[in-house]
Design a protein around this ligand. Structure first.
Ligand code: SF4
Length: 382
């Protein structure tokens, strides 16, 4: 028998999350594996039209759920002009009911973000902006092929906080030639800009990207950078609440927390992932194909899988262990296979105890455990 999701079990169409993928960037960074392209003439308009069509396809299946968190990411949503943004807002407002205290995040990059974007977003319902700062060293930004410089990043951060929106900064470490001194300097300066939230990512060389095909020399070893960020950000009051995420207490990204704890979300736009009723889907990562499929009345899905049994238990455990709250053993028993807690304990018991913070009925990773997360996940795969 098919498992019923939390939303179905409650018997009411409770609120869920929404992700919209805006697939445009001014230029392509050499390490980036996300689906995005430079906007061609008419491309953004076609995308918005198809997005509206995709929502209509969801509506045919029943009432749309209310939205408690939304994340408009990409790509670079700030490359959309103000008129395009007004159209996007109108599409979303016509289709969805947002809860009064909904968290709404927009991703932006310093090279394209303007004060007009921020005013419009604030007047709409945006609560936080996730800015792709990556580094505050011009040398790093140049090496990483970013389309902005340090001055633009500082200017964008000041504008965001000046508008009263919550600021989250994305940072990149392990870049060629990057060193601990410059990383420490970036972290120090970021904090002086009034960030509520920082996400740190190690540079990875992904297949199909220019750097994945031609690996760079002089890549910095990431471990010391990560360790320093854990020490320094927590000392300055930003708690590590997930492997890559730090926030002032209570300023967690609720959208991402929902994702890590098995919450359902609708994904819209080319390459967007969705997760509803234990089914994970991915939209086709090709704008032209996406528009074509929607125009023919077909959902633009290129991949789907149903999560159940061992696979559901394993993935849900790994996702929850990414967070500082870890996993409640009672949740494991209720939702998945009954013997998973024992199997999980058996898989983890040979590992050093200081990788975990255990409390009755709950297991979570310690700071050290977060540093070696990948080797822990390996043991939990079905
Ligand atoms: S701006 Fe972000 S999404 Fe766009 S190419 Fe660079 S890393 Fe990828």
């Amino acid at each position: 028998m098919r498992k019923r999701s939390k939303r179905e079990r409650s018997g009411s169409p409770s609120a869920i999350s929404l992700y919209v993928h805006v697939p445009f960037c001014r230029s392509k960074c050499p390490y980036c594996a996300f689906y995005s392209l430079s906007p061609a003439i008419g491309g953004i308009s076609s995308f918005l039209q198809a997005l509206e069509g995709e929502i209509e396809l969801f509506k045919r299946e029943g009432d749309l759920p209310r939205i408690r968190t939304a994340y408009i990411g990409g790509g670079t949503p700030s490359v959309l002009s103000l008129p395009d943004w007004k159209r996007l807002i109108s599409i979303l407002e016509r289709a969805f009911t947002f809860l009064p205290r909904a968290e709404v995040t927009v991703e932006a990059n310093p090279g394209s973000l303007t004060g007009e974007h921020l005013s419009l977003w604030k007047d709409w319902r945006v609560t936080r902006v996730s800015l792709g700062v990556q580094s505050l060293q011009d040398k790093d930004l140049l090496v990483a092929g970013r389309a902005h410089n340090r001055r633009q990043a500082l200017d964008s951060m000041a504008k965001i906080t000046g508008t009263g929106l919550s600021l989250s900064a994305d940072l990149l470490f392990g870049l060629p030639g990057q060193n601990l001194r410059s990383w420490g300097e970036t972290l120090r300066e970021i904090l002086s800009q009034g960030v509520d939230h920082v996400s740190i990512y190690q540079l990875t060389l992904e297949e199909g990207t220019p750097w994945g095909e031609r690996p760079q020399n002089d890549l910095a070893e990431g471990y010391p950078f990560y360790r320093w960020a854990q020490y320094y950000l927590e000392k300055k009051g930003l708690l590590q609440y997930e492997i890559a995420s730090f926030a002032r207490p209570g300023r967690w990204c609720r959208h991402n927390v929902s994702y890590w704890t098995g919450g359902e979300f609708i994904g819209l736009g080319p390459s967007a992932w969705g997760y509803m009723n234990y089914e994970r889907t991915r939209n086709i990562p090709d704008l032209a194909e996406y528009c074509l499929m929607v125009s023919r009345g077909n959902k633009p899905v290129c991949y789907s899988e149903r999560l159940e049994g061992d696979r559901l238990a394993s993935e849900s455990t790994i996702l929850a262990l990414r967070t500082r709250w870890g996993i409640r053993l009672q949740d494991l028993r209720r939702d998945w296979c009954k013997d998973w807690p024992e199997r999980m304990n058996a898989a983890l018991e040979e590992l050093p105890r200081d990788l975990f913070r255990s409390s009755p009925g709950r297991i979570a990773l310690s700071r050290r455990g977060m540093r070696v997360g990948n080797s822990i996940w390996e043991r939990l795969l079905p």
